[in-house]
Design a protein around this ligand. Sequence first.
Ligand code: ACO
Length: 330
Amino acid sequence: MSLIERIKEKAKGNVKRVVLPEGDEPRTVRAAAIVRAEGLAEPVLIGSAEAVRAAAQKVGADIGGIGIVDPVTSPKAVEYAAALYELRKAKGVSEEDAAKLVTDPMYFGIMMVKTGDADGLVSGAVHTTGDMLRPALQIIRTRPGMKVVSSSFLMDCPNKSLGEDGLLVYADCVVMPCPTAEELAHIAVAAADTARTLCGVEEPRVALLSFSTKGSAKHPLVDKVREATEIAHRLAPELLLDGELQFDAALVPEIGASKAKGSPVAGRANVLIFPDLQAGNIGYKITQRIGGAECFAVLQGLAAPCNDLSRGCSVEDIVNTISITAVQAQ
Ligand code: ACO
């Protein structure tokens, strides 16, 4: 069974309510119909009922039984506006601003999750990553014990000798452009947690990547990765974690053995931490496009699961992301 098949089986075991702010977007409507028919989650579509039904009719999706919520006419809007005002007044949001913001499907959806009216949210078929992330960061905020929100990409590689039977977890590829050493350490610990809880990896082995292995190069960028490794050790002493390691030293047993002798991780890492967003984002796309890996993005560290789609996503991508979100919510 592939990674995503395992995740879907898990989603069916405890069905969660996932809200879709882009409720009148054709791929989203089709995905919602599939998710409901297969019992992967209980989707809720946000938008005017007229627009959502028109979109469904156009693509031939059966959305019977799926909840539709219009932020402009919903009786919940007043409650959400009041809660949003309380949460953001210190940041200069007025009552008027809050009332206006909740008519925006993204903010309305985030408030559904914040107040517990939904268990998770998936968006991004139309909105950019920043449009989706900002309200999630401002309102859902970090889970207790988590310093930052970041992301992991679950890379299901055709070469099953890599990582954990072909699974590699890459972080951070979406959120933090230039993490400090401390933030990088938190990303490493969060990615290990994602590997364990979402992917069922019993022993995460975390490599903090660099262009240097164990002092082979000297540069302030390398020092940052070494410092992050030390901090991560202190944050999670039980975790198998090492750095700084080059990509090949982290993955290839012979190279790991020769460049980082005695490392508990080198040559057999299954969680790879990239030093910044440029490296992480480029790295996952190379693995996907040249390496032929299937990849799935998840946000980690939020107090409730919200996940982003690529604007080029397929209906299947949306179904997969809803399933992942549902499992994170369990
Ligand atoms: N974790 C927790 N909270 C955060 C984080 C974080 N990583 N980043 C920002 N915040 C908080 C801030 O503290 C702030 O809170 P406050 O308003 O209560 O003070 C709030 O979120 C907003 O922060 P800003 O600094 O105003 O937001 P910013 O403009 O920095 O945007 C964003 C944050 C959207 C995450 C930005 O860092 C970004 O654009 N990241 C890159 C996204 C991207 O384009 N990724 C690549 C494409 S995705 C792909 O290819 C799959």
